[in-house]
Ligand binder design. Structure first.
Ligand SMILES: Cc1cc2nc3c(=O)[nH]c(=O)nc-3n(C[C@H](O)[C@H](O)[C@H](O)COP(=O)(O)O)c2cc1C
Length: 286
């Protein structure tokens, strides 16, 4: 897959046509799940696709402020519980979303707070945990683009009639050199054709809970360190989903242009000059 291109095309769509997704396309999605990227391959995961009544069943249980997006299809990722299973679910679901984008489908992540409640509502009998929910189908287009400036759970414009454009962090804001706050130059990242630049650009376009993008990267001599900032509006589950998603965007482009990325969890042993509300969660070598 062309991760660089798909990360630029993807955006959250919140209004869908009723047109069903053809069975052949659903088959293609299911087949892709068998070989999609995994962050922690040892964790057993399953994907379920639901095509009816999901909006009604999950209204009040999932979505920003319990507001469910109506779509012809929903993808649910189920996962065994293990270390980093939520980041893994975020990574997998985002890979599936980029595949859907390639298949010219639109999509939107759906948040949830009580996975057991979701399982009950959807009649899922499984010992696995809910890892991710994504609405998908053929998105409606409108010419009017407005910014979705989400400040907090109680201050979100959830008007589904419009197509939203969400502002994103620039590479300058996302990337730090050697230490947190270190300004980057073209020598550090390369030009816009370099694999590193393109991977960081794809990372900057990642979807995140409430579009808060509470993270950044520190680059230090080939080491790429992912740093997460504590965010008062992002709880632990959504923080971990954000981490998996941004790792997928970065890794997808590096694997497309160079080689597969091997992430190590935790912080490398060096002074990163991190403020108290930031912590290094993982690093890799590029
Ligand atoms: C973990 C997660 C949960 C999300 N939940 C919802 C949701 O319930 N409803 C919604 O409209 N958007 C949801 N979103 C979409 C984000 O608001 C969206 O990604 C962000 O505003 C950036 O916009 P973009 O996806 O168009 O780049 C969620 C995103 C993530 C990563």
């Amino acid at each position: 897959m062309d991760y660089s291109a798909m990360s630029q095309v993807r955006k959250s769509v919140r209004a869908f046509w009723d047109t069903p997704v053809p069975a052949l396309t659903v088959d293609e999605i299911e087949t892709y799940f068998g070989r999609c990227k995994r962050l922690v391959p040892s964790i057993d995961v399953q994907m379920r696709i639901f095509e009816r009544d999901v909006k009604e069943k999950l209204e009040g249980t999932a979505g920003y402020q319990g507001f469910m997006i109506g779509a012809p299809c929903y993808m649910v990722i189920l996962s065994d519980e293990a270390d980093h299973y939520i980041e893994n679910a975020g990574f997998i679901a985002e890979d599936m979303i980029l595949k859907m984008t390639e298949l010219e489908l639109s999509s939107c992540w759906i948040t949830f707070s009580d996975g057991e409640e979701v399982k009950k509502a959807l009649g899922i009998e499984s010992g696995k945990r809910i890892g991710a929910i994504v609405a998908f189908g053929y998105g409606q287009r409108t010419s009017k683009k407005i910014r979705l400036n989400i400040k907090s759970m109680s201050n979100i414009d959830i008007n589904v009639e419009r197509e939203y454009y969400s502002p994103k962090l620039s590479i300058d804001e996302l990337v730090h050199i050697q230490k947190w706050g270190g300004k980057s130059t073209i020598e550090d990242i390369g030009d816009t054709d370099s694999a590193l630049w393109r991977a960081l650009y794809a990372a900057s376009l990642s979807p995140s809970y409430l579009n808060r993008q509470p993270y950044g990267f520190i680059l230090d001599n080939g080491k790429v360190i992912l740093v997460v900032k504590k965010d008062e509006h992002t709880d632990e589950v959504n923080e971990k989903l954000n981490i998996g998603i941004v790792m997928l965007h970065f890794s997808g482009v590096i694997s497309q242009m160079l080689f597969n990325v091997d992430w190590h969890w935790g912080a490398p042993e060096q002074d990163l000059g991190l403020p108290a509300d930031c912590s290094a969660v993982a690093y890799c070598l590029v």
